[in-house]
Design a protein around this ligand. Structure first.
Ligand code: AMP
Ligand code: GLY
Length: 431
């Protein structure tokens, strides 16, 4: 098991390079019990943070990560993205007695395989959409013939947010099934598919920190997954987020905590794969206020992390270490009562093809009231250049969400690289 040394001066390694990892590293570096933060590989934003350093580590080379931790006296590793979790990084580091916060590879199947997640939900009576699981085109077509539309078709494996298709009619559904199962458009991830009932309602994210048995909810949040204003256009990783999210009423909070999160932790423990880490339930809440699970993520949300970390006041390293030790029932969490809102600035073209290498102007013009988290950025000499689809997440805090939104958009207008794209309505559902 992990050997947790609860040092007063932790040296922390964050794995990943996105906006989520910038926000996690930024919050960790501000902890009163963290002396130094490394990010592998990080981005131009993490490179600019005080007491924070990027390291050029191949994250899929577990031996290299272990060697780095030993050589640099790392007391906690926090893993941002899903791929290294599904690949077993936590198992490898734990076996080497390095405290690593995140689920084991077995537990990470909740995100790594939609078939695993659906089977788990059904078996443990946790609310989710009705579904069928298929590897065979003919069987899938026979199933589709008896369904109503729209219907949702999902590749089983990790597909970087692109493996979900909402088919409006039978012929589109049949074509999608063929794309995934016969034409291998989604590679290995699509060799098995889920066909599931289309759920109506409002989406919400419910994110907790879990220790295998106990959990503490993160502040509520909601992201905007669609690319364009009014929540239309193609699905993206998220174009902005805010916290708190009024859609998560106290009643929904109670319902989800008990019937989704605790039920999931209990089920995973019963199944011999207790879940430690950030657990993110993507939910659909219907008009009657009932929540069903759309998906699990076994990591923090991106961009939800950015506004949530803006509001977190507790020492994040201590929360992670308490979770690794199974002591979250003895741990408290403090939040800034104000609202936080983050606007994602993306490259034009995202989530399709987009350019790279454009110099970003105006990053130093923003006021102290705003925090600019970097996602797809890189350092090129003294300049910061774009290096991904989602480039920045501009976050602001205020007692009123509308004012946080105004502050964030004022800062967004100071920043340009010529081909930026952003939504102008982040937060509209809460205002
Ligand atoms: P997922 O990765 O499973 O969360 O799916 C991505 C997005 O597809 C979700 O955020 C929803 O907007 C949509 N979606 C997924 N499953 C369903 C469903 N059963 N009914 C309606 N929309 C869905
Ligand atoms: N913002 C959605 C996600 O992180 O999956």
């Amino acid at each position: 098991m992990n050997q947790v040394t609860n040092k007063t001066q932790n040296r922390v390694l964050v794995i990943g390079s996105g906006g989520r990892e910038h926000a996690l590293a930024w919050r960790l570096a501000q902890s009163t019990t963290v002396s130094h933060t490394f990010v592998a590989p990080g981005n131009a934003g993490t490179a600019r943070e005080p007491n924070t350093e990027n390291v050029d580590l191949a994250v899929n080379d577990f031996a290299a990560v272990i060697n780095f931790c030993r050589a640099n006296d790392i007391s906690l590793v926090v893993v941002g993205p899903e791929q290294p979790l599904v690949d077993g990084l936590v198992d490898a580091l734990s076996a080497a007695n390095i405290a690593c916060f995140g689920p084991s590879a077995q537990a990470a199947q909740l995100e790594g395989s939609k078939a695993f997640a659906k089977d788990f939900l059904l078996r443990h009576g946790i609310p989710t959409a009705a579904y069928g699981e298929f590897t065979d085109v003919l069987a899938a077509h026979q199933y589709l013939a008896k369904q109503s539309f729209p219907i949702v078709i999902k590749a089983d494996g990790l597909a970087a947010g692109k493996g979900v298709v909402i088919a409006e009619n039978l012929s589109q559904a049949q074509a999608t099934v063929e794309d995934m199962l016969s034409d291998n458009k989604f590679g290995e991830a699509g060799s098995r598919i889920i066909i599931e009932e289309f759920l109506q309602g409002e989406e919400a994210s419910y994110i907790v920190i879990a220790d295998g048995q106990n959990f503490i909810p993160m502040a509520t949040s909601q992201d905007h997954k669609a690319r364009d204003n009014g929540d239309v256009g193609p699905n993206t990783g998220g174009m902005g987020a805010y916290s708190p999210a009024p859609v998560v009423t106290p009643e929904i909070d109670r319902q989800v905590a008990e019937h989704v999160i605790q039920a999931t932790l209990d089920g995973m423990a019963q199944d011999g794969m207790p879940f430690t880490g950030f657990l993110y339930a993507g939910l659909m809440i219907n008009a009657a206020g009932q929540a069903k699970v759309l998906e699990f993520n076994v990591r923090f949300g991106d961009p939800e992390t950015q506004p949530i970390m803006t509001r977190l006041q507790s020492n994040l390293d201590q929360l992670c270490l308490a979770a690794i030790e199974g002591q979250l029932d003895q741990t408290e969490i403090q939040w800034d009562p104000r609202s936080a809102l983050g606007v994602v600035m993306a490259e034009q073209g995202y989530p399709g093809a987009y350019g790279k290498g454009h110099e970003i102007q105006g990053l130093d013009q923003v006021t102290d009231e705003v925090k600019v988290f970097h996602a797809g950025t890189a350092q090129a000499g003294d300049a910061v250049v774009t290096n991904g689809g989602r480039v920045l997440c501009v976050c602001a805090l205020d007692a009123e969400l509308a004012k946080a939104q105004a502050k964030a958009y004022n800062a967004v207008k100071q920043i340009t690289w010529g081909s930026e794209y952003y939504r102008t309505d982040i937060g509209f559902k809460a205002l």
